[in-house]
Structure formats: structure tokens, C-alpha cells
Design a protein around this ligand. Structure first.
Ligand SMILES: Nc1ncnc2c1ncn2[C@@H]1O[C@H](COP(=O)(O)OP(=O)(O)OP(=O)(O)O)[C@@H](O)[C@H]1O
Ligand SMILES: [Mg+2]
Length: 262
């Protein structure tokens, strides 16, 4: 059974008085258990919409999405037990510390307090959160630091399917590496399946078994990072995401806020 199976997925959003944005236009993909699957694409290509539908936060307009065989619409409650989404706009108790936020989450999952506290500290330090920040209120943390706490929270009680929406965007290079290594370790240790979105071809190359390139709500190409880079005419090996994107879509990679607003 696939960890994630998506068939003919469509999503539209109303826009203005009569218009609409066709955010996902017939997405088909399957992710095997234990696979790390990357979704790449410029701003506004539909990555977060796809992740939100899998996380049961948005309803599809058409098509079928199953998580370990469970339908995200009809069995949303079951799916919520299997997935955990980490996004850049993660919610916390701002007056509580990172450690307290993580322990709160751990209690919901019935992880014993002592074990949770030790593991939470380990994860936060490993992700490079300064030691003196672990016990101070979240509201004093930078965005990148808050993102690390969100990632630590997901790793404290790993789900069957981990959804990471741009987990490393805005992190410094060293923190990026640490997140990437933790994701690889998690898959090794727990067999966790991971669906992640990224703008970063190096990241996809380093940790993803396969990737899909989204362009305006469609999958423009799908394959291993090596396969995709091989499609780029030059020497291939050093191809950037921009070059791969251009090779598969014939378009320039527009990675700016103007496409977001479009
Ligand atoms: N709740 C919403 N209401 C209306 N339009 C939306 C909504 N969410 C997304 N969209 C639109 O759907 C399209 C896809 O958006 P989405 O956030 O999925 O893109 P993305 O690939 O995650 O972009 P980014 O790289 O900027 O995060 C965009 O045109 C966006 O404006
Ligand atoms: Mg997004």
C-alpha cells in the first residue's frame, strides 16, 4: 500500500468577484512507505495547497487523496492521526518556552514527561537553538528559531507521514544541514515517510528519493533528482533547480512575491 496516493487532484480558490485561481490541475502521484518525496516549484505553483489537502486542512474539489489507504475527506480523523504538518506559520503558546511547548505536545501523545523532556532538549540543541532559549518564552525567538521548535515538535513524536512545507526556508546553512540530517535519520530509525516542499535543488538532491516539479498546479516532471538533472542539456551534474525547471517547462523560474499575488 502507498503511504500517499493522489489521483486527479483539483483545487480552485475563488478570486475577486467572479474569477478563480486553479491552484491544482490534475495532480497524480504516489509515495511509497519510507520514501522521502520532494515537491519543488516556484512561488504560487501549488505546493502548500497540496500539503494542506493531505493534512486535511483543505478539501479537494475533485480527485482522490489517500494516506496509508485512508481517504482524506471521508476518513479525515484517521488521517489526522497519521500525519503531522510543519509549516513556516506554526502555532505555539507564545508565553511558554520551547521546552514547555514541546512537553505540551508530548503529553497529548502520552509520552512520559522525563523521557519527553530529555528528548526535547536533545532535539532543540541539535537543531542549534541556543541553550539559554530553551526555557524562555517563545515570543522572544526569531522566525528561524521558531521554525526549529516546530520541527523539533514534529520529530518528538514522529507521525507515519511527515509533511514539511519548506522546512529549511529562512534557516542559515548550518541549520539547514541539521534539519536535512534529522529528516534522513528519522527515516532510517522510524521508517517515516516524508513529503516535503522546497525551493532548493541541493536540498532535494541531498535528501529526496524522488521529486515532482510543480508548475502552475501541474506536475511538469517527476523522477529522482539525478534523472531530472540528467534532462538538463549541459553536463547535468551541477544543474540548479532553475535550470531543471527551465528544461522541463521551457519557462524561467519566477521565485518572487509577484507570482504569489497573481
Ligand atoms: N486560501 C486561499 N485563497 C485563495 N487563493 C489561494 C489560497 N491559498 C492559495 N491560493 C492561491 O493558490 C495558488 C497556489 O498557492 P500555494 O500557496 O499552494 O503556492 P506555493 O507553491 O506553496 O507557493 P510558495 O512557494 O510561495 O509557498 C496561488 O495562486 C495562491 O495565491
Ligand atoms: Mg507555500
Amino acid at each position: 500500500m502507498d503511504a500517499l496516493s493522489i489521483k486527479g487532484l483539483e483545487k480552485r480558490f475563488p478570486k475577486g468577484r467572479k474569477g478563480e485561481v486553479h491552484a491544482l490541475r490534475g495532480i497524480d502521484l504516489a509515495v511509497a512507505p519510507g520514501e522521502i518525496y520532494g515537491v519543488l516549484g516556484p512561488n504560487g505553483s501549488g505546493k502548500s495547497t497540496l500539503v494542506r489537502i493531505v493534512a486535511t486542512l483543505l478539501l479537494p474539489d475533485a480527485g482522490e487523496v489517500r494516506v496509508f489507504g485512508h481517504d482524506v475527506v471521508r476518513e479525515a480523523k484517521k488521517v489526522r492521526e497519521l500525519v503531522h504538518r510543519v509549516s513556516t506559520e506554526a502555532a505555539f503558546f507564545k508565553k511558554l518556552s520551547p521546552l514547555e511547548n514541546l512537553l505540551y505536545g508530548a503529553r497529548l501523545y502520552g509520552i512520559p514527561g522525563r523521557i519527553a523532556a530529555r528528548r526535547a532538549r536533545e532535539l532543540l540543541l541539535r537543531l542549534g537553538l541556543p541553550r539559554d532559549r530553551i526555557g524562555r518564552p517563545m515570543e522572544g525567538l526569531s522566525r528561524g528559531q521558531q521554525q526549529k521548535v516546530a520541527i523539533a515538535r514534529a520529530l518528538l513524536h514522529p507521525p507515519r507521514l511527515l509533511l514539511l512545507d519548506e522546512p529549511t526556508t529562512g534557516l542559515d546553512p548550518r541549520s539547514k544541514r541539521e534539519v536535512q540530517e534529522l529528516v534522513l535519520e528519522l527515516r532510517e530509525r522510524e521508517g517515516t515517510t516524508v513529503l516535503l516542499t522546497t525551493h532548493d535543488m541541493d536540498e532535494a538532491d541531498r535528501i529526496c528519493d524522488r521529486v515532482a516539479i510543480l508548475d502552475e498546479g501541474r506536475i511538469a516532471a517527476q523522477g529522482t533528482p539525478a534523472e531530472l538533472k540528467a534532462r538538463v542539456s549541459r553536463d547535468g551534474a551541477g544543474a540548479t533547480m532553475e535550470e531543471v525547471f527551465f528544461a522541463v517547462t521551457g519557462k524561467e523560474w519566477r521565485d518572487d512575491e509577484s507570482t504569489e499575488a497573481a
